[in-house]
Design a protein. Structure first.
Lengths: 280, 194
């Protein structure tokens, strides 16, 4: 049982640096992340997924963030991921047989198609994990907010609350590490008083419920307390919502940002096209 | 302090509840807790409390907060489902009609029940709100699955009947505990209220 939860979640953490990735305009980073996210989520080819993963790893390398640091949550979660994947391999092999039957033993059956599918989702999961943590790891949270707000700006004309959405997103991202730390503290506090969280089995539903409550309730209550304080602090500093609000940080994109975004689009589309032609 | 029921407050609380949803899904690997929001309590039974932030948000801050938090939960489950191998049971949640649309109603229904039962005691109102929110989640998701995949509604519902009952109980207990703790904290030691 490990108590270092904050190592398991990277969303919302920022590692300062002065690399090309750090210097890019936040809008570029958000757009490129979204493009890659769509590509990775909707590809059905293992080859394409692996190419995307290599590209994402190259981006992590460019930003000089240690790959082991970024991959730690994935490695930690690997037992659970593999457990669920092995279930879906058995399920898929049984209900949607396709490809070559590799193992057949009583009611168990494993087909090559099911294994390919499982490998695809493993590669996908790794890519997504890297992708969602990269923008917050390399961008200050305030810059990210301005980026999101400016990107949503066209929607504001048709009544989309761009400023509010950007603010909610930023505060949520900022609160994830704080609440994770808080949860960690609560779990440690329970454990030091003899709470047995990790040693329970599913045969003890009453005990599970008893150990769940002291974890969840403080999480909510502390979060609300912090929210209350933040709201008061914001209003004390004269926050009145988005209307007529000017910005201290002005984003200036350069030609590099346009080049990077276009290059990303071209890369994703060409990989898509190429692997679509040689269907795997 | 309690009276600053402003837009700022609503925005911040919405954000914090979304953050809680994310924290509830961090993998824990601790015995029955796959994550805090997803608990295995039987060989085939797993219950979730991922919908509870939407219920609490709606009861405390109104239906709109519930809609946004529920929508975030829905988008989150859509995102997780898109990572599953195609064809596996959880992959049906890539359909936003199944994953996002039903979750938008969790908050408003819980809020309507909570507000509608004004004449009853606080505990009863909170429990009813939590139960209504949980039922909304389950019934609408199963209804959407039944509509989209042409499976019988009642058979699917029967297969998750134990989960539903357990989820209702857990949700009710958490909502009562959290809301009364917050109300108590606000009324009791007032701290530095202005």
């Amino acid at each position: 049982m490990s108590l270092e939860l904050s190592r398991n979640i990277l969303i919302g953490q920022y590692i300062p640096g002065d690399t090309l990735i750090h210097r890019l305009d936040p809008r570029t980073k958000i757009l490129c992340t979204l493009i890659l996210l769509f590509a990775v989520s909707f590809t059905r080819s293992l080859l394409a997924a692996v190419i995307y993963l290599v590209a994402i790893l190259a981006l992590v390398g460019l930003s000089r963030i240690p790959v082991t640091f970024v991959l730690r949550p994935f490695i930690r979660g690997l037992p659970v991921i593999l457990f669920f994947l092995s279930f879906s391999v058995l399920y898929l092999s049984w209900f949607q047989p396709g490809g070559v039957v590799l193992i057949e033993w009583g009611l168990m059956r494993v087909t090559s198609d099911a294994l390919l599918q499982a490998a695809l989702s493993l590669v996908r999961l790794m890519s997504i994990l890297l992708l969602v943590s990269l923008p917050t790891l390399t961008t200050r949270i305030t810059e990210l907010t301005h980026g999101v707000e400016l990107l949503l700006q066209p929607g504001a004309r048709i009544g989309l609350p761009a400023h509010e959405l950007a603010l909610v997103l930023t505060i949520a991202l900022r609160f994830v590490p704080i609440l994770t730390e808080e949860l960690e503290r609560v779990i440690k506090a329970q454990a030091s008083r003899g709470g047995e969280i990790g040693e329970l089995s599913w045969k003890q539903p009453r005990q599970i419920a008893q150990s769940l409550l002291p974890l969840v309730v403080p999480l909510f209550v502390n979060a609300f307390r912090r929210a209350e304080e933040l709201a008061v602090a914001m209003e004390a500093r004269g926050y009145l919502g988005g209307r007529g609000r000017t910005k201290f940080i002005q984003l200036h994109g350069s030609w590099i940002d346009i080049v990077v975004t276009v290059a990303m689009l071209v890369f994703v589309v060409s990989v898509w096209y190429a692997t679509g032609v040689w269907l795997l | 302090m309690q009276n600053t029921s402003s837009t700022t407050r609503k925005l911040v609380i919405t954000a914090v509840l979304i953050a809680i949803s994310i924290v509830l899904s961090i993998p824990l690997n601790m015995g029955p807790f796959i994550s805090l929001g997803f608990i295995v309590i039987g060989p085939t039974i797993a219950i979730t409390i991922m919908h509870v932030p939407a219920i609490i948000g709606a009861i405390l801050e109104g239906p709109l907060v519930g809609v946004v938090v529920g929508g975030a939960f829905g988008l989150f489950s859509l995102f997780l489902a898109s990572q599953q191998p195609a064809g596996s049971p959880n992959a049906i949640f890539v359909d936003p009609f199944i994953s996002v649309a039903p979750r938008l109603f969790i908050g408003p229904v819980a809020w309507a029940v909570y507000v509608g039962l004004k004449s009853l005691g606080m505990q009863v109102r909170l429990i009813s709100g939590a139960v209504a929110g949980t039922l909304t989640n389950t019934l609408l998701v199963i209804g959407a699955i039944a509509l989209r995949l042409n499976v019988p509604f009642l058979a699917t519902l029967a297969s998750v009947s134990i989960n539903v009952v357990l989820e209702m109980i857990v949700a009710a207990v958490i909502v009562v505990a959290v809301v009364s703790a917050l109300r108590g904290a606000a009324g009791g030691r007032s701290g530095s209220s202005v």
